[in-house]
Structure formats: structure tokens, C-alpha cells
Design a protein around this ligand. Structure first.
Ligand code: 13P
Length: 255
């Protein structure tokens, strides 16, 4: 029995009315468990497009919101960017370093490091994503790559700050491909990530590490039963309220 986080990353999908309709529908479904103490052990998070954070805010007491990206400066001439100050009231979490940001938008570990700092300074819990590409996995570089990302992204943070960070292991080759890491593959990596973070912070601690990459109702339970997998970060299957709810329902049996 463990606490779990079930998080939806909607990426660039859904209009404001669609976001509102989803959260209202999910809230009604979740309210059947209002008196079930297990629901408190489940963190349910949605990362909608930033424009929907304000309209979605306050619509469900069961669901927390997070932003998909933030910029590390407070204000100024940064066309198209969003600062934490602008979204702080409507969010509790900030997704940082998603592989799509790293690959498509060429975000560097240095920038990711600054975004984590900005997020922590503002009191938002960072959800840091790391993961290897298919080439790296095939070249047997998975662990090197993950260690490298962790070392750069966490550089300069004292253990007490590292404690506040949630991690997501998202193998790039499993994102949106229908190809999931097997529960054993994911567990092996999660155990490695836990060890690496402990080494970096100099403290032996339990870490919250979510798995992401083609998670769906059919495979979620098997993944989430693994010892070091503390939740799921879901893309495609979170866009549909039935499948996202089905994953939550299955997770409730594990907490
Ligand atoms: P999919 O669940 O669509 O593979 O996406 C995973 C992801 O990128 C979540 O951040």
C-alpha cells in the first residue's frame, strides 16, 4: 500500500470549454468516493494548457492543477512566455523538462535547472521529467543519460529542496508510441533513479517517481504495483475522461 499520483498531461489539446467540461465530469465521478479515505492517498493532477488554468481553478476539490511549462524570469521582454507569478494562484505544480520541451523547443538542462529553482522559490512543486531516447537505450546508455540529466538538473539544490521535487521517468521511445516499458524495465530504472537522487542529495530517502509513456487502463495497474513506481504521468489516455477515470479507479485499489 502506498500513496500514488495520477497525473494528466494534456499537452496542446483541448479548448477552454472542453477543459471545463472534462474537470466537471471527472469531479462528479470522483465525488462517489468523497467519504472513502483511500481517495486522500491518491493525488489527482491535471496539466491543462496554461490558458485553461484560470477557468478550471476551483472547479474540483479532488483535482489539483499544474502548468505544463514556466519561464524562469519574473517578467520582461520574453514574447510568448509565462511566468510563475501569472499562474501561481491557479496551480500547485509545474511540469519541467518534458522531453517534448527538450527536443522540440531545445530546452537545455541549464534552463531546466533554472526553472526548477523558479518553481521552488514560488512554492510550486516541480515535476521534473527525465528519460532516454531509443538510440540511447539501444546503445546501452540509458543509465548514463539519466544520471547526466539528474546531475545537471539538480545541480546546486540542497537536500531539503530536492525533497520537494517529484520526478517522472518518461522513456522518450514510449511516449505516444503505444510502446510501454515493461513493468520490470520501468522498475529497474526507477530503482536506479532513486539511488542517483540519494547520491546527489547525500540523503537516503523515498522519492516520488512517476512513470510516463503509453500508460493506459490496460497496463496501469501492473506498472503501479512495482515498488518504486509511485504514480503515472499520462498523455493520450488522459484526454478521454472514461480512460483517465478508469486508471484512477484501478489505482484506488492499490492505495
Ligand atoms: P503518452 O501517455 O501519450 O505516451 O504521453 C506520455 C507523456 O508524455 C506524458 O507527459
Amino acid at each position: 500500500m502506498k500513496d500514488l499520483i495520477i497525473a494528466a498531461n494534456w499537452k496542446m489539446n483541448k479548448t477552454i470549454p472542453e477543459c471545463i467540461s472534462f474537470i466537471s465530469d471527472l469531479d462528479i465521478r470522483l465525488s462517489q468516493w468523497e467519504l472513502n479515505p483511500k481517495l486522500k492517498k491518491l493525488g489527482i493532477l491535471i496539466f491543462p494548457p496554461a490558458i485553461s488554468l484560470h477557468p478550471m481553478n476551483g472547479r474540483s476539490k479532488f483535482i489539483s492543477l499544474g502548468c505544463q511549462n514556466i519561464y524562469f524570469e519574473e517578467s520582461g521582454a520574453y514574447t510568448g512566455e509565462i511566468s510563475v507569478k501569472m499562474i501561481r494562484e491557479y496551480t500547485e505544480y509545474a511540469l519541467i523538462g518534458h522531453s517534448e520541451r527538450r527536443e522540440i523547443f531545445k530546452e537545455t538542462d541549464k534552463e531546466i535547472n533554472k526553472k526548477i529553482k523558479t518553481s521552488l522559490d514560488a512554492g510550486l512543486a516541480p515535476l521534473l521529467c527525465i528519460g532516454e531516447t531509443l538510440d540511447e537505450r539501444e546503445a546501452d546508455k540509458t543509465f548514463d543519460r539519466l544520471a547526466e540529466q539528474l546531475r545537471s538538473d539538480l545541480s546546486g539544490f540542497p537536500p531539503i529542496e530536492i525533497e520537494k521535487i517529484i520526478f517522472a521517468y518518461e522513456p522518450v521511445w514510449a511516449i505516444g508510441t503505444g510502446r510501454t516499458a515493461t513493468p520490470e524495465q520501468a522498475q529497474e530504472v526507477h530503482a536506479f533513479i532513486t539511488e542517483e537522487i540519494n547520491k546527489i542529495s547525500g540523503r537516503e530517502n523515498k522519492r516520488m517517481i512517476l512513470y510516463g509513456g503509453s500508460v493506459k487502463p490496460e497496463n496501469s495497474k501492473e506498472l503501479l504495483t512495482k515498488k518504486d513506481i509511485n504514480g503515472a504521468l499520462i498523455g493520450g489516455a488522459s484526454l478521454n475522461v472514461e480512460s483517465f477515470f478508469a486508471i484512477i479507479e484501478k489505482s484506488l485499489e492499490l492505495v
